[in-house]
Design a protein around this ligand. Structure first.
Ligand SMILES: [Zn+2]
Length: 201
C-alpha cells in the first residue's frame, strides 16, 4: 500500500497517464526515479517543463520547433514547389531519416476519423489549402499512413485539391497496410518516396 506516501502515488498516477504505460510500468518507473540521484531527477523535471515552454508549432508547416519558422521552412535549398503532407511530426522525421526528400512539409496533426469526430477543421487542412493557394506549390505528396484514416485523408485531400493546378501524389506501396511511417526502415520509405504515384479521385 502506498497511501502513506502520497507524492509517490501522485507520480505513479501521472506516469500512468502516458501512452503505453500501464500501472505496473508506472510503478516501476516511479521507483526507478526515486532511486536516481537528485541531479538526474531535476534534469528530467526541467526537460518536462522546457518542452512545454520552448517548443511550439511552426507557423508555416506546423512541425515542432523552438524557432519560427522551423529549420525545414527556413532552409534555402529545399524545393518550394514540392510539398509533403504527413500526419505527425514523427512521420516528418522518419521521411528525413530516409534522406530522399528535399521539398517542404506540412504536418496535419492527425488523420480524418469521422467516428472519433475528427473532421477537416480539427486538422491543419484549411491551412494546407491556404498554402497551396498562396505559394507556387506544383506537387502535393500525401504521405499519410497506410491505415484506413490515412487513406481516407489522402483521398479527401486529392478531391479537395482537384481544383488547383497541382499534382497530388501518394507514396508508392511496399509500405504494409496498417503501417506507421514512423516505424519503417529508411530503405522502404525512400523507395516508396521515389515510386510515388498520382491519386485518382
Ligand atoms: Zn516549418
Amino acid at each position: 500500500m502506498l497511501d502513506s506516501v502520497p507524492s509517490l502515488t501522485r507520480l505513479i498516477a501521472e506516469l500512468g497517464r502516458l501512452p503505453g504505460v500501464g500501472r505496473k510500468t508506472a510503478t516501476r518507473l516511479a521507483f526507478f526515479i526515486l532511486q536516481q540521484p537528485e541531479g538526474e531527477t531535476q534534469a528530467l523535471a526541467r526537460a518536462l517543463a522546457d518542452v512545454k515552454q520552448r517548443v511550439m508549432f511552426c507557423s508555416q508547416c506546423y512541425h515542432v520547433t523552438e524557432t519560427d519558422p522551423c529549420l525545414f521552412c527556413r532552409a534555402p535549398d529545399r524545393d518550394e514547389a514540392l510539398l509533403c503532407v504527413v500526419e505527425q511530426p514523427q512521420d516528418l522525421l522518419a521521411i528525413e531519416r530516409g534522406g530522399g526528400f528535399h521539398g517542404r512539409y506540412h504536418v496535419l496533426h492527425g488523420a480524418l476519423s469521422p467516428l472519433d469526430g475528427i473532421g477537416p477543421d480539427a486538422l491543419r487542412i484549411p491551412q494546407l489549402i491556404e498554402r497551396v493557394k498562396r505559394t507556387g506549390i506544383r506537387e502535393v505528396l500525401v504521405a499519410t499512413n497506410f491505415t484506413m484514416e490515412g487513406e481516407a485523408t489522402a483521398l479527401y485531400l486529392s478531391r479537395l485539391l482537384r481544383d488547383f493546378p497541382v499534382r497530388v501524389t501518394r507514396l508508392a506501396h511496399g509500405i504494409p497496410m496498417g503501417g506507421d511511417l514512423e516505424y519503417l526502415d529508411s530503405q522502404t520509405l525512400s523507395g516508396a518516396l521515389a515510386r510515388r504515384y498520382e491519386i485518382e479521385s
